[in-house]
Design a protein around this ligand. Structure first.
Ligand code: ADP
Ligand code: MG
Length: 637
């Protein structure tokens, strides 16, 4: 609890202790006779103790010309009740309203803290070695790229980097939601925010602190709460219209029926004179005000979304705003990129064919030409080459997305890429009948053969498609730049409903646009990519999901949802989380509106007094908040 909440709790307790005996006296249950003024003065003590801040906010609201809010409703209703001599009810309403506020404050705080705990990845310091070989703690902000930092067992890795010495197991659960430790050793890349469990590690940093995974994720999560969903916007607009409406309705209720009775004389017999008539209707109007306080809906909707975002991030699914949660729940078509999304993107070289020059030399040209690219194919070729690459041998590198690479290596013009690239370079190439992705290589316009590389499916690719089908996804489409034969094979193996092959990045955008047209009618399309040259499609789809995008800045920026551990099974999980969350939001709205409507009718008919009204209001709110908190629990979903 915060200091403010503790203070409120104390005030509530003091006021309640004061209130109960006074109420018993005023109702004649405890036979003590007090003059009316004394009773009023005594009741004002708990009233002001517990409600002075509400009164103050209402006055401030009037001064700032933002009159109609909950504080105003409560103030008018309770002051009205007290003025009419219903001291007990007036004080009770204020007291219970504050109990509700207290509860809500604690619940919001709890879910916020829950997220903060899930996101307990903010590194506080980095260890560097000083000249005497001693460890020194420094602010991670001060560590430059390419420095060596030391991470001891039990410490958080502060900055992204590559291990240069030591081996250990890392706990990456705060980042990926995966609780199994990951074994790492020399040359492995590590992400900031992981916790070093067993061995001492020396790490060469590959980024600055601000550009590291942990910082990026924290920034993302902090911004998420400010992107409001349609439901939330609706609610704040609704409250803006609703509250004044209720106030005027209450005024009408206080004035029109008694005027009508007085003018026509109808029903006058039921009242003990004109004063009693007015008193009755003003009291009903006050009750009506209490009933119509919209707090349950207003508070529980943002809280549900907030909890949903928190629950998802605990599972390694980062959602950039509650609006995306809402869209995600309506997704019926999922389009995928192939490399890095359905397949691992780590190709093995299986053969080198039709090479007039030495196979090793073909690989060397390819690896050198690819030395700057971050495409999975490039990384794989460099890995297969295995030797250190002297970048001075390479110049004029040109990466043509969806085609390949043109570069000058050792003074020769080298082209490395697919058939499209060969056509573009005007090189006659040979078709390959082998299974796999074919990378053709040409040197100085002469065909130098092709490298056959093959990729593996991700472990959960098949299960992921099954899970999507079970979640009611109608269409799963793969869009790839790779060859038809490879695409067909992958589509069959994982059970996709459709695929399109040999697409350039711009063709992928066109495909997504065509798919979007097919969707319509509240059905949404999600695109899942690994971020390497899919940024345009990621932002074009209704919702862009980036896979294992922790490395790729473009994807983090373009995507709406980031799956931190590459696991395609998380797509279906994210959809289920969004549905649960939206379901809870709808339950809360329906529940609150039904109870409110019933109370309003009863109140207008004079069948519900203020007690009923406030108990209903606080009750609905507490139930709605408890229901909203359920959004946090999504582990088993
Ligand atoms: P995907 O849809 O599988 O992610 P891309 O659009 O990234 O594919 O690439 C499509 C095709 O273009 C690849 O299969 C490959 O043939 C060729 N290509 C793209 N980039 C490169 C590269 N850096 N080196 C060689 N070939 C490449
Ligand atoms: Mg790709």
């Amino acid at each position: 609890m915060t200091k403010k909440q503790k203070n409120l709790l104390l005030r509530v307790i003091v006021a309640a202790v004061f209130f109960v005996p006074l109420y018993l006296i005023s109702e004649g249950i405890v036979p003590v006779s007090l003059p009316k003024w004394a009773l009023l003065a005594l009741f004002l003590v708990p009233y002001l103790t517990v409600g002075y801040d509400i009164l103050r906010k209402a006055l401030l609201g009037i001064r700032n010309r933002r009159v109609f809010d909950e504080c105003f409703l409560m103030t008018v209703a309770t002051v009205g009740a007290i003025a009419l001599g219903e001291y007990g009810e007036g004080v009770a309403v204020m007291l219970l309203y504050q109990v509700g506020e207290l509860f809500q404050g604690v619940a919001v705080g709890r879910s916020r803290r829950n997220i903060a705990e899930l996101m307990d990845i903010r590194p506080d310091y980095a260890n560097i070695e000083n000249d005497e070989g001693q460890l020194e703690r420094v602010d991670p902000d001060e560590v430059e790229t390419d420095s060596i930092i030391v991470v001891q067992p039990g410490e958080k890795i502060p900055i992204d980097g590559v291990i240069v010495e030591g081996s250990s197991a890392l706990n990456t659960s705060a980042l990926t939601g995966e609780s199994k430790p990951v074994d790492v050793g020399v040359d492995d890349a590590v992400m900031s925010g992981s916790i070093n469990l067993s061995g001492l590690l020396r790490i060469r940093t590959t980024a600055e602190f601000d550009e590291s995974t942990a910082s990026k994720i924290l920034e993302l999560v902090e911004n998420a709460a400010s992107r409001k969903s349609k439901s939330e916007n609706f609610i704040s607009k609704f409250a803006r219209v609703y509250t004044p409406f209720v106030c005027f309705a209450a005024l009408a209720l206080a004035v029109l029926p008694p005027l009508f009775t007085m003018v026509t004389g109808l029903g006058m017999a039921g009242y003990d004179g004109v004063g009693a008539l007015w008193r009755e209707w003003v009291l009903r109007a006050c009750t009506f005000l209490v009933i119509s306080c919209p707090c349950a809906v207003v508070i529980s909707i943002p809280l549900s979304f907030f909890a949903g975002l928190g629950g998802a991030s605990g599972q390694g699914i980062l959602i950039k705003g509650s609006n995306y949660l809402e869209t995600l729940s309506q997704v019926r078509t999922v389009a995928f990129d192939k490399t890095g999304t359905i397949t691992k993107g780590s190709f093995e070289v299986t053969a080198v064919h039709h090479n007039p020059i030495d196979a090793r030399k073909v690989l060397e040209y390819a690896a050198l030409a690819e030395c700057h690219s971050s495409h999975p194919i490039s990384q794989s070729l460099r890995r297969a080459y295995g030797e250190k690459i002297d970048q001075a041998r390479v110049s004029e590198v040109q990466e043509i997305s969806g085609h390949g690479i043109l570069a000058v290596v050792d003074g020769a013009n080298v082209a490395v890429g697919n058939e499209k690239l060969m056509n573009r370079a005007g090189v006659a190439f040979l078709h390959c009948h082998h299974e796999g992705t074919i990378i053709h290589v040409a040197v100085d316009g002469e065909y130098a053969g092709h490298i056959v590389i093959s990729d593996e499916l991700k472990d959960h690719a098949r299960q992921a498609m099954d899970a999507l089908k079970r979640a009611g996804i109608e269409k799963t489409v793969m869009l790839t730049g790779d060859a038809e034969s490879v695409a067909r094979r992958v589509a069959q193996d994982v059970g996709l409903t459709e695929y399109r092959a040999e697409l350039l990045p711009q063709d992928k955008v066109a495909c997504v646009e065509a798919l979007l047209k097919d969707c319509g009618g509240g059905k949404k399309l999600a695109f899942v990519g690994d971020g390497i040259n899919d940024a345009p499609v990621l932002s074009r789809a209704d919702i862009g999901i980036a896979m294992g995008a922790l490395g790729s800045d473009a994807a983090i920026e373009a995507a709406d949802i980031v799956l931190m551990d590459d696991d395609p099974l998380k797509i279906a999980k994210a959809i289920r989380i969004s549905r649960k969350c939206l379901g809870i939001v709808k339950q809360n709205i329906a529940f609150a509106l039904i109870v409110k409507a019933a109370c309003l009718v009863l109140g207008a008919l004079g069948l519900a007094n203020m007690w009923v009204a406030i108990v209903a209001d606080v009750g609905v709110m507490i139930l709605a908040v408890l229901n909203a908190i359920r959004c946090l629990f999504v582990k088993k979903l």
